[in-house]
Design a binder for this molecule. Structure first.
Ligand code: GUN
Length: 297
């Protein structure tokens, strides 16, 4: 039987509608308009599309948003100075430094410059620590979106074996922390696999929930999936395909056609996890604006 396809676009639209209602009430209550600044360094084409979409999502909600674009050769100190200025700017509640950065830049040092209260990505060490302690803090957008997909779809995580493939700071590690936390969308038994994991197919075959986030096109095979399992595909990979209209197409980290024949539910690429990331960024920006304004409603 073919798996249920998880419609990330529809769920993201619902999340955005909720954020809009909450934001409108917040603005009416406080007079504060949420503001997000997106920093981008260099000319990575995928990143340019992502940052434009992030700003557009803010403008669609009637919020303040700007992109600050720097050439690839910009100095570390110039970006640091920009972050310091934004840390002090009361119109700005969220600062997002688009990754990856050019190789000469010290990514960690820049992330640590962002005031933790304005860290809408949840990448500052203070917020990473709070996530692992279960304290309130901005949570990385893609992991938060994955958890929301699972809860909105009514997929039980409690007591289930979740295998996360990939140990990045952006997705793998934080999604493992979220699935491990107590409460709805958590309480899973979590295993984080990576490029050095022995017998990955054997491990994935035991998983009730598979989160594929290692950035390798169609790496996870349909034959690895346990019948009825939930498959969350975080990959966005462009592969060449002479029969496709543009000569290329997007695929995930999972062999979709084969996996959907075995899984119980599966996210498509595109239209699965991707739309959730921006919806959760809007959620995080509003949360930062509320905390910075001392709004407790
Ligand atoms: N690059 C890929 N995903 C992300 C993300 O969630 N946040 C940032 N800042 N950069 C990214």
């Amino acid at each position: 039987m073919s798996a249920r396809i998880i419609d990330g676009k529809a769920i993201a639209d619902r999340v955005r509608a909720q954020v809009r209602a909450d934001a409108d009430a917040f603005i009416a209550r406080t007079g504060v308009t949420p503001g997000l600044i997106v920093l981008i360094v260099g000319e990575n084409p995928a990143s340019q599309v992502y940052v434009r979409n992030k700003r557009k999502a803010c403008l669609d909600l009637g919020w303040y948003s700007e992109i600050r674009a720097f050439p690839a050769e910009v100095s570390q100190s110039e970006v640091e100075a920009q972050i310091e200025a934004l840390n002090a700017d009361p119109r700005v509640h969220g600062i997002l430094l688009q990754l990856p950065l050019p190789r000469h830049m010290d990514e960690q040092a820049l992330l640590e410059r962002i005031r933790p209260e304005k860290d809408v990505d949840g990448f500052h060490p203070v917020n990473v620590g709070k996530l692992s302690l279960g304290l309130p803090a901005p949570i990385p957008c893609t992991p938060l979106g994955i958890q929301r997909l699972l809860t909105e779809e009514g997929i039980e995580t409690r007591g289930r074996l979740a295998v996360v493939i990939g140990r990045s700071n952006i997705v793998g590690k934080p999604v493992a922390q979220l699935l491990l936390r107590k409460g709805a969308g958590g309480d899973a038994t979590v295993c984080v696999a990576h490029s050095r994991t022995a017998d990955l197919p054997g491990l994935v075959r035991q998983a009730d929930i598979v989160v594929a986030a290692m950035g390798q096109p169609e790496f996870v095979k349909g034959a690895w999936i346990k019948p009825g399992a939930t498959v969350i595909d975080v990959g966005i990979n462009r592969i060449s395909d002479p029969s496709a209209p543009k000569g290329s197409r997007l695929v995930g980290d999972v062999e979709f056609a084969a996996a959907r024949e075995v899984a119980g539910a599966i996210t498509p690429v595109p239209g699965g996890v991707g739309p959730m990331t921006i919806a959760m960024l809007m959620h995080n920006t509003l949360e930062c604006a509320r905390r910075l304004s001392g709004d407790s409603a």
